[in-house]
Ligand binder design. Structure first.
Ligand SMILES: NC(=O)c1ccc[n+]([C@@H]2O[C@H](COP(=O)([O-])OP(=O)(O)OC[C@H]3O[C@@H](n4cnc5c(N)ncnc54)[C@H](O)[C@@H]3O)[C@@H](O)[C@H]2O)c1
Length: 270
């Protein structure tokens, strides 16, 4: 019960990393607000059960969860997700800004303004608004006398935020901005008892990467280039999110934690 009595908002929790984290967090005792534009997993996802929404699954397993329709590109919606946490569960302890979209497959000169705007709207603005909504609520809450903490923010960034990759510049640029957003927020809010960290996975099997995974040549060449020789799984990322959300990481702050099987260590593997 590593998140016992904690109240968590997870954006983009209908599918992928967000869904895996919501299910894990609930099993660890958290009350979860599942905040997404969709109430069911994306059809391209690797989930076993594509029929049931995340909140429904959690409550069926005896946990506490509520679904809130939330488009993170709108500040009113991220405020609404935080308000739902307070209304249903009494407070907010963790904001997990996970919702994100991908655009790839083109050189920089071939991307449209829409591609660029879409990545910035969801990945950057969404994290920015989620942070603003969470900080506003955290300031209404007392500092925990044991942890010295008011609340925790976890941002789902990417190794794409730490380095360049070919054929996905608009995504990488947005993730780079999200990485720096994480650093800025950590600097500004640490003294108020608000911990902020980012998670940087490499390619993992979700709806977002389904097309890349089904490109057999890419799928194999990527796995071969990673020292651990495999793609990431949603469970890998959910476990790191759990650590960063919990009090176990109470002195980890402003970090961008890689979870990439060693991908970013070296360009070539033996
Ligand atoms: N899958 C990977 O390989 C990978 C690697 C590194 C980082 N990431 C990042 O992880 C995060 C989650 O991605 P995923 O792979 O689980 O993707 P996914 O496509 O499986 O799930 C994304 C979820 O976000 C939701 N969403 C999209 N736009 C939204 C919006 N405007 N408001 C609210 N919800 C919205 C979708 O409905 C979906 O449920 C993203 O930020 C992504 O950039 C993914």
């Amino acid at each position: 019960m590593r998140l016992e009595n904690k109240v968590v908002v997870i954006t983009g929790a209908a599918s992928g990393f967000g869904r895996a984290a919501a299910l894990l967090f609930a099993r660890e005792g958290a009350s979860v607000v599942v905040a997404d534009i969709l109430d069911k997993p994306l059809a391209k996802g690797f989930e076993d059960d594509l029929e049931h929404g995340t909140a429904d699954l959690i409550t069926a397993q005896g946990g506490r969860a509520v679904f809130v329709r939330c488009d993170v590109t709108r500040r009113a919606d991220t405020d609404g997700a935080v308000a739902a946490a307070v209304e249903h569960f009494g407070r907010l302890d963790v904001m997990f800004n996970n919702a994100g979209i991908y655009r790839g497959g083109k050189l920089m000169d071939a991307f449209t303004e829409d591609d660029l705007d879409a990545c910035f709207d969801v990945n950057v603005k969404g994290t920015f608004f989620g942070t603003q909504s969470a900080v506003t609520q955290f300031r209404r809450q007392e500092v925990d006398p044991v942890t010295g903490q008011r609340g925790v923010i976890v941002n789902l960034v990417s190794t794409a935020g730490l380095q360049g990759h070919p054929m996905q510049s608009v995504y990488n640029i947005s993730k780079g901005a999200q990485a720096n957003l994480t650093r800025c927020a950590a600097i500004e809010y640490g003294a108020e008892g608000i911990r902020v960290n980012g998670i940087c996975p490499t390619y993992a099997k979700t709806a977002l990467t389904r097309d890349l995974y089904e490109d057999m040549a890419f799928m194999r060449s990527f796995a071969d280039s990673v020292p651990l020789r495999r793609w990431g799984e949603t469970a890998d990322v959910a476990q790191l999110a759990l650590y960063l959300a919990s009090d176990e990481s109470s002195y980890v702050h402003g970090d961008l934690v890689r979870i990439d099987g060693g991908e970013t260590l070296c360009r070539y593997s033996v």
